[in-house]
Every structure is written in C-alpha cells, then in structure tokens.
Write a protein that binds this ligand. Sequence first.
Ligand SMILES: [Zn+2]
Length: 282
Amino acid sequence: MTGRMVEIPVTDDHMHLYKHLRLKALEEFRRAGGTHVFLVTLLSKHYGVFPKKGSDFREIFDAHVKLVEEANEIVKAYAVLGVHPAEITILGEKLGYERAAEIMKEGLELAGKYVEEGKAVAIKSGRPHYTVSEEVWRLSNEVMFHAFEVARDASCAIQLHTESYSRKGIEEIAELAKKAGIKLFRVVKHFAPPRVDEFEEVGIFPSVIAMGNNAIRAATLGDRFTLETDYIDDPERPGAVLGPKTVPKKVKELLRCGFSEELVFKVCKDNVEKVYGVEIEL
Ligand SMILES: [Zn+2]
C-alpha cells in the first residue's frame, strides 16, 4: 500500500457544456484531478430558443438545471444561470433594443428565482465585449445594474461577462454595483487577467482565465482569485477557450512551482465558498 494522497480541491469557476464532449468533458476534468465546477448557461441561440419575453428563459434554465444534475453524478457541479450581454444585439435587432433590455431584465429576475429555489447558486450578466452604439451601451448598463439588484435580493454571486479588462472599466462596474447595494466580493469578473492586486484594491472578484502563465502570475500577486477555463464545448471550436483539463493542470503546476497547498485551498475552496456561499467538500 502506498500512502494516501492528500486530496486537493480543484475548482473550475466558469465552464459551459454544449454539444461537443458534453458530460465527457467533466469526466476528463475529474480524471485530471478536478473536483468542483460551475456550469454556466450559454446564449439563447445555443438552445434553439428566441426569447420574446422573460419567461421564455425558463426553457433554457430548466435544460441547464437538468444538465447540472447529470453533471453531479461525475463531479460536484453548480448551476450559474444568466442572460448573456450579447442578447441585447441578438434580441434587439428583431424586437428593438428597449424591448430586448426589458426581456433581459425579466430573464435575470427569473434566474434570481431559481437561485432562491436552490436550483442555481449564481446569476450571470455583464455588458457587451464588442463596440455598440451609445443607446445599446446605456441599455446594457441598465440591464447589468438590474442584475446587481437581483443578485443582491437573492443574496447570491453574479458572474460578469464584460469588455476587456481595464482598471477604469472595473472601477466603473464597482461603482454601479455599490450603487445597487451588492457586496463587491460577490461580483465576479469572469475571464479576468491575473491582476489580482488591482482587483483586490477595487473590490470586484477576479475569476482568472487559466491560460499561459496566468495562474502563476496571479498567485505571485496574491491569493484572492479563482480559476476558470471558459470551456465552451463547441464542436466548431473544440478546445476553446481552454480545454476541460486546464485548471487541474494549472493547479498541479502551481504546486510544482513551489506554491503551497494552502494557496490552492484558498483559491479552489475558501474563495469559492466565500463568493458563492457554497461548501466545498472533498
Ligand atoms: Zn463563458
């Protein structure tokens, strides 16, 4: 008999399952050492749904909750339900941008209800990562603000998909979040760069995209972050953004490079527990 390895928590903070590997992606994640995962909804078009009212998101959320239940047979999985900020363009082109924003707000309210019912642990919102008109930018900020209010009322975390990182950008988002009355550590910048020191100063929580040396760079600057792959599971982009084994690999790399198990427990357990209000058990 060899000595039992100490079990290490390995959490991927933001992953999608669509139609490439589906649950097999989580089997790969588990085999590589992954233990916990946050599964996030995709755009409505990925579900073949064109929402004309907020309640049309129910079909998407129910499908996602069911998928997360199945995922839980493999690893511990949590549902994040969102209305992707790019819906403003998809819905707005057909229904008008004002109406699109209303539908998105209603969809987010519905997501908040699922959290209150215990079917999901967080919601997702944000604002477009591409250039939009002034009107669409204003409406997108209104939708995001409403999402902060929904998360505040449901006492849950909110993941944000936003424009590329800038200090000014996250400061502006932090101001909006404060105005809405949500605790800043519950506001997660998904696809964050490893500037964990700046995020700590501003208060928004970074979910660092585990590409290249990001995990090591983040760990060099502090321990207030989580790691994610943003795995999309799209057959047309099979390894994008990063493959499902990436976070386990990066955690092993951190340990190999001399970072402590304590750091890994902080990143993959304590931080996750604090932000999402879940218990990471091994
Ligand atoms: Zn994503």
